[in-house]
Design a protein around this ligand. Sequence first.
Ligand code: MG
Length: 270
Amino acid sequence: MDVKAALLSLAAMFMTAPAAWTPAGTLHHHQNPRELLSSIHLLRPLSGSGGRPAGGVTCASWQFGVETHNVREWTTVPRSCESYVGNYMLGDRYRQDSAVVAAEAAAYAEGLQLGNDGKDAWVFDIDETSLSILPYYARHGFGVEPYNATSSNEWVDLGIAPALPESLKLYRKLLSLGFKVVFLTGRPEERRNITVVNLKRAGFKKWEKLLLRGEGMDGTAVAFKSSERAKLVETGFRIVGNIGDQWSDILGSPEGARTFKLPDPMYYIS
Ligand SMILES: [Mg+2]
């Protein structure tokens, strides 16, 4: 997929109104055969988008390993999987997989009995959970290129990351049910202002807390995030749900009563 086609596809994806999205994992009568073929193509394990062999492990198997956390500590997407990951991220499948996660989370939340003290909290990660860095990654090989802090921070500092639409829907649902939303991100404290601007611009208008990585909070994301969740619990919050795209968002006690893992085959944070 060339960059132009990828960006056109991306633009179309984010211009789709949330209400118009297809529910998780279902095919519809109105879906035309061409769309159906492209859906099947994404499931074909032995080749990339150009029909080339993926080489070694197939891209679909690699992705399965990543999402199940059997494959760990990887630094870049296998070069042979660039087209596969690009197709996944920009095609229907990423949205459908995210929709399943959000729908399960919403159903779980709806079944909960809230306390009357306003202390039922739901933790949201930010990048690739609330906001999407995909427009940047679409220009940088979908994770094939080694992480470049300078260029990715420059993009983040534009404050134009779109919402992940299914997560925004879940966020609104949780607020309407009375849960308190806590954003917990590995973004550094110095990016608080642009993060606030971007969250609001993308539709995340209110929250109980926005927790960023302060100075001296080095170490792994697991250590940082679990210690921040521990502080929440110490101050009386019950973490009823916790959603993120990285395993490091949802590992480490206290994880939350239930955790939800969104797809992310583009990068790994330990
Ligand atoms: Mg994230």
